[in-house]
Design a binder for this molecule. Sequence first.
Ligand SMILES: Nc1nc2c(c(=O)[nH]1)N[C@H]1C(S)=C(S)[C@@H](COP(=O)(O)OP(=O)(O)OC[C@H]3O[C@@H](n4cnc5c(N)ncnc54)[C@H](O)[C@@H]3O)O[C@H]1N2
Ligand code: MOO
Ligand SMILES: [Mg+2]
Length: 458
Amino acid sequence: MVEPRHPISVSEAIARIQGHVRRTGSENVPLEQAYGRMLAEPLRASHDVPSFDRSPYDGFAIRAEDSAGASGTNRIRFEVIDRIGAGSVSARTLGPGEAIRIMTGAQLPAGADAVVMLEQTQESPPAQNAGAQEHAADSARPAADPESAASANSAASAGSADSADMSARAFFTVRKPFRAGENISFRGEDMRLGEQILPAGSLIHPGTIALLATFGQQQVNVSKLPLVGILATGTELLEPGAPLEPGKIRNSNGPMIAAQLQRMGIPYRLYAAAADRLGDMLDTVRQALGECDCLITTGGVSVGDYDLLPAVYAELGADVLFNKVAMRPGSVTTVAVWEGRFLFGLSGNPSACYTGFELFARPALLRMMGAERIYPLHTRAALGEDFAKPNPFTRFVRAVYDGVSVTPAGFNKSNAVSSIGRGNALLVLPGGTRGFQAGDAVDVLLPGMEEGAAAWNL
Ligand SMILES: Nc1nc2c(c(=O)[nH]1)N[C@H]1C(S)=C(S)[C@@H](COP(=O)(O)OP(=O)(O)OC[C@H]3O[C@@H](n4cnc5c(N)ncnc54)[C@H](O)[C@@H]3O)O[C@H]1N2
Ligand code: MOO
Ligand SMILES: [Mg+2]
């Protein structure tokens, strides 16, 4: 006689799993290998960013007070005494009426407290009082030739930067006053020394790499990756290279799970598909548990004569956390723990297997690495077509989400492969509901975030 199973909710199943997570520990890896890993410790700013006041524009560094009273009819004139590009530091200190030509990213020179954008200036002949009135509006002027301001006549080398080009004095005028601090990118405005920028457990994505590089972290302390064993079970299974035989199918779950792990950057070991013989299967499971931090099996968790996973758990003395979840597909999903290692007993049915991995295995693996944001992204969208079937259990329908609406991805039974291949999302219909209609707002989970939208519709 079959022992009745008691379905628990998806959230209860997740909670039971999370209660048994063991952390993986940490290790240092070179920056170039840190992408996709989790920070094992918080990332703190080891210096101010930027670490010096700098110019956010190409233009001229001035003393703001020297521009006081400037207007369209009272243009104020500055003399350019040096020129610096990003990476260069001027040796000069600004005196009254002096300016230093400065490029975006260059450190503000001593004495300067404002930057005039190139477009806010007019070149001025060296002669006194020249040219205030006769110039057209500033904005009508094409972007100034970077050489022009420094190209006038006369002597006086400017000291730093490329003084060859600065052999000439140049002058410009402004027609508005500048505030102290105007157009300055201040030291520490982005990040302050000691500030926590990211908590431990953050995924290292390309932006995180930029942060780590900013602080010169050539070695990054990351969580160790768990090694995951994958064992597809079933006498009917053929490997993908084999020709079909009567009654047999190719093993699609094994490679699929491998890819689900790959997209998380988690290493795995694939064990040869196990025929439904208890002794052999136990041997393989024991071997895998000896070699891996966790084992994902597919198939053999239901109540058929050859569904041997329940017997495997019993033989091992594993603690079965649950063997029935109020969801569809994947109601027979079973999770057990043996000596601190998870055994994820995913259903053999491909749609159920896919869903079980994303809902249960993925968050557990992420938490093992210390991650906080472990669940699939969730949004709401309009249902793209009627969904008449009743939903006795919470239903996860493999679907296509286009940013606005979500539509089931075709044939959608638990044993479907087509819809897992077509879809990019899981549409979620709560248990105890029926008769959804096109246009109804429904929940959508987005497990595969590397799949973007097909069109740019902003
Ligand atoms: N009397 C009952 N029968 C079934 C129940 C039930 O409650 N009472 N549950 C059904 C549900 S729901 C599911 S889901 C399946 C779960 O079956 P198992 O997890 O035991 O998986 P298998 O029996 O081994 O296989 C099911 C199905 O999937 C195919 N399969 C298996 N492995 C793979 C693989 N690696 N790649 C592709 N396809 C695979 C297998 O050939 C079967 O067709 O049980 C229902 N039955
Ligand atoms: O677990 Mo079965 O997939 O509910 O269809
Ligand atoms: Mg079965």
